[in-house]
Each structure stands twice: as structure tokens, then as C-alpha cells.
Design a protein around this ligand. Sequence first.
Ligand code: FE
Length: 340
Amino acid sequence: MFKVSKAKRAFGLCFLTLASAVFAAEVNVYSHRHYDSDKELFKEFEKESGIKVNVVTAKAEELLVRLKMEDKNSPADIFITADVGNLEQAKEQGLLQPIKSEILETNIPQHLRDSESMWFGLTKRARVVVYNKDKINPEELSTYEALADDKFRGKLVMRSSSNIYNQSLLASIIANDGKDEALKWAKGIVANFAREPKGNDRDQIRAVASGDGVVTLVNTYYLGNMATSKDEKDRAIVERVGIFFPNQADRGTHINVSGGGVTKYAKNTDEAQKLLEFLSSKKAQTLFAEANFEYPVNPEVAPSKLVASWGEFKEDKLELSNIGKYNKEAVAIFSEASWK
Ligand code: FE
């Protein structure tokens, strides 16, 4: 965690109040991310660039509707959200514009940004297997596909299929294995449910720790957040579970990003580009990595100590745009497989 002393923070606030009168330029952000880390990052950018950052935060779906309704009159210059599924939706709905930037192309690996430069990944997360250490030996784990085997009957707890994280995972399975195999997989997983899908990623981890299930799939940063939680119960829960990176012998573990793009009708395009470039810089990527236990997208920056302690892993290098492309099919397959 990065810590700013109270005095420094107070100084920062004074600085901002004084400076706000003289900001020559500004940039308007619509963001689905609501972490303190992002606030610190925007402040840092204001200091460095002299560009004021105005932020509106809301759910991704709400921001997408708002951007569409506001159309040419939208004050937004940048749209920031979690999951490539949401970024691709913004692209498909014509809400973004391409940005050509050598800085972004250098700082962000190709598979983590849109091939048409409409959106750019800013933080990376892996969707990993979490298992109850007392109930299963990790040697029994291998791939996402293998979780559909009979041997996991009655052992899986999963989040509902209405959640974009599982939709994106299934989209990656469609891209890798084809539609028919993806449907078989989804049906196999449903047959292995220990209970009907309910709750968020944290609830799946809790269910595995309590023994309601043995194995689940969750995004990595939830483990980091729970392991460092003020709530003693959450910390104890993480002690009881293990992390396993699936598909290491083949394509690698499914990853996703949170990221952003410049809006179609941005009035402050240059400022928006500068902000995206700043967010991909070493300095900003270090803050992202320390604050929310996500993986930096910039290969020059190391993950936080805790995240690094889970070990290195091979990631699926599938171009993330594919995940958006197969979202509708993923939703249809989930419904055919009766994955609630
Ligand atoms: Fe999340």
C-alpha cells in the first residue's frame, strides 16, 4: 500500500485548491472504478500536467447508457471501466475513438489493448482456481476444462452467469476450444455445482473456505483484498484456501483488464490522451499494483509483494478483443446450459 502522510495530504489539498483557479486545461472522466488509488493517481496527474481531472463514477452499464444518451453533447472525454467485455461494448456502440500513441503502444503489450486503438488495458487480473486446502490436493487440478470432469461432482461453487467475469471466461473458452466444446464445458460445470450460483467473487471464496464447496473461480485481486482486510474473518478465510493458476501446460490462465478509451465526442482529446499515457507510466502502474492487488500491464513494473508471492504464471495471450466478440455467444451458451 502506498501511504501519504496527513501533512503531505493536507499540503496536496491546499495545492489543488489554489491551483484549481489556474488550471488552463481539464479532462472529464466517466469511471466505473471507485478505488482510492485512482483518486491519488488523478491528483498526481494534475500536479504533473497542470490539467484538472473531473471524475464521474457510476456502474459501467449506467455510464454506457449515459454516454449514448448524451451523444455529441457528452462532457466525457475518457471512459474507464473493468473488464474487456464492457470496453468492447463501448467500442461496438460507437462510443470511443481511436488514439494513436507511441507511449501507449510501448507501455501496454499488444494483446492487452484494442487492435484498432479504441481502448487500452490499464490493470490486469487473472481468473484463478481457488480451492479448500483441507479438501483437495492441488495436484488434482489442471485446467478450466478439467473442472467439468465427473470427479468434481458436487464440489464447485460458482458466481452467476449474469456476471461479466464469467461471461468473459466462457468467451475465452469459445475462442480457444470452439462453441461445441464450450457448451459441453458449461453443462459439465453446472452438473458439478455444489449449490445454485449466488453471491460475488468474495462469497465464492468464503463458500470454499467454509466447505460449502471445494473449488471455485475468482479474480486474483479479491484474494489480495481479503488477505489484507481489516476484518479478521476475511483474513482467516484466505488462510484456508489455495490459489491455482490453471492451463499452465497449454494456453495459460485467463486474464482480463480494466482499462479506458477516449470517447467519440471528447472535447479535450489531447488532455485525455495525456491522462491515458500517464496511467500507463511506470509511476502510475506502480500505484495501481500496490493499491488494488492487480497486475500492472506495463511489463517494466513488478506486481506488489503479496501478489508476487502467489508465483509467476503463464497467461493466455489471446487478443482480448476476442472476448468481446464472443460475449453474446457466451451468454447464449450459459442459458442453454442452465447456468443461472
Ligand atoms: Fe471486481
